[in-house]
Design a protein around this ligand. Sequence first.
Ligand SMILES: [Zn+2]
Ligand SMILES: [Zn+2]
Length: 731
Amino acid sequence: MNDAALKPQPAAFAEARAGILLPLPLKGPYDYRLSRPLARGTLVVAPLGPREALGAVWCECEGSLDDSKLKSAEVLEGAPRLPAALCDFIDWVAHYTLNPPGVVLALALRARQAFEPETMRTAYVRGRVTPSRTTAARTRVLSAVEDGLARSVSAIAEDANVTPQVVRGLIAAGALVETDLPEFAPLPAPDPDAASPTLSDEQRAAADALTAEIRAHHFSVALLDGITGSGKTETYFEAVAEALRQNRQILILMPEIALTVQFLDRFAERFGCRPAEWHSDLSQKERRRIYRAVLRGEARVVVGARSALFLPFSELGLIVVDEEHEQAYKQEDGVIYHARDMAVVRGRLEQCPVILASATPSLESYVNAASGRYLWLRLSNRHGDAVLPEIRLIDLRQTPPEPGRWISPPLEEALEMALASGEQAMLFLNRRGYAPLTLCGACGHKMVCRNCSAWLVEHRYHRKLACHHCGFEMPTPIQCPECKAEKSLVACGPGVERVAEEFARLYPEARMAIASSDTFHGPAETQAAIRAMAKREIDVLIGTQIMAKGHHFPQLTLVGVVDADLGGSDGDLRASERTFQLLHQVSGRAGRAAKPGIVLIQTRNPDDRVLKALASGDREAFFARECEERKRVHAPPFGRLAALILSSHDGEAVREAGRALARAHPAARGVTVWGPTPAFYQILRGRTRERLLVQADRAVDVQAYLRTWLERVKLPNSVRLAVDVDPVSFF
Ligand SMILES: [Zn+2]
Ligand SMILES: [Zn+2]
């Protein structure tokens, strides 16, 4: 994108007035009077109608109103300030995604209570009085507090191994006296030299290249492209260590937070303590704590989901995007953005290095690395004695499972052998629940969500049907809602629960767990299953893609892919790339230690080019073919795409709006507009959806084109428009 489109802002303003950006969907900043000139990013409370809103000093006043006509904004106590690079980042994201800047600012002010004054905690230290009555318990307490550290009643009781009652008795006697402590204990500081890792020559060379980038204090992007099991994490930990030595802050992005359990432990082994975490499961109090610690520079390393990109780092020295190819980096609601791409932008604005790590890079990153735009660091050997697993395709047309079953005879045989020799196995199916479709055997009625044009997925264990789009749930009915036939509903197709049921019937003795990312198997249950697998407490893990990535199971020798043909037919340009990445990641779980692994992939299309590339282990051939295909259709990264998604509760209004929008599109060289067409899920959450797609040459300024276009059309209030620049899903 053209940066000239963004007006650079000075760091401080001379006048005691400024444009204040409020975290609301307004067109831009509003002018306010200030008590003194303030720097850009300074947080203020500004009156807005009858309310007050938290906002940030953003730019010079736009209007020419007299000071006397302007409302005045109050600076917060301590004048906390969003760093200038973060303000620039917010403007950049707003411009790129065509969102009002206030909506993007809202992402950076998510921890609402972070700016309230700190409350103090009550704690106790040794007082002057010596108690008249001495007991063994009291003596233990007094010796525990001898170090002079202030602690809470419960902390003292725990340290001295006494009941809180004993501690309170000593307080009453004056032997312990009250003192104040800050609300939050300081975060532990990761030590770059806590452990010295043993790296292979290949890892060492890559780590050296990365640390050189850190020392150079400039912007660069490196693709750390290492096969599964090659030790990418240990390698980029060396860059983290170097950034710590340089006294910089580090942000490590993860696609899904459930995958960080093992990661946090590995981090603690290397750096002596866990990093700060940032994700949607944090309590308000934890958010407040971490946000403040990031702002003050006390949080040195933050591991987080995509929203961590908007944290107010003041001395950012490195951004790592782990599993950079993951689709979970794309935020699909509200401000639609791709966290990997925005991480690169933030790195550029902060002038710091960015590391993208993956075993199966996205085609975009691969092309950038191959063209020399990114530094390309490859790890092609597995750590230690481990070798890559053998991958075999099972042709389901030749060796089908029995009707209503999903495990074919060759897979059953392999499972038998693995279990008999005391090894672990994994069965992968990228479908949550028991069955993806429930229909009536009597009348053929399909159970569909009442809010969406999507099938309800059966979750048999919880006796529920659920919509994976809007969260609608209902008890599985006994009667068909259409023809009223009793017990006529049948499950069609497999989900992980159903495969688990079949497995349990085959091997009643085997210890098994399910790992799935749905509301029924929450993150805690998934983490427990993954931990049990790592500790060898179970023999078989059956799950969706949640278990595909990043985990290390040394005893795992067999991976069975139950259905490789899923997801390849939804007309999505990234479908084959995604299938390749996913199956490659799953395969990579096998044989990570001394024992060799085997991967069996069940398919009805053994001649499919994706599966053939997987089986032959020829990644470069796959990428080359995929590049050719994308070039042919001018798809990213060789062209640009943007989607316009219209939605409304009023079906006719949305269709009319789609037609009006299509009619108004400006003619421009190198731009083609497709649509409107009904979206793949025509109704979601009760809203009817229409899509238009803009396809443009690389040289086209898509944002400028979209702005010109959208200014020409006034959509009715009942119709909502979402702009998705660089879409990755086409639903
Ligand atoms: Zn029926
Ligand atoms: Zn639904």
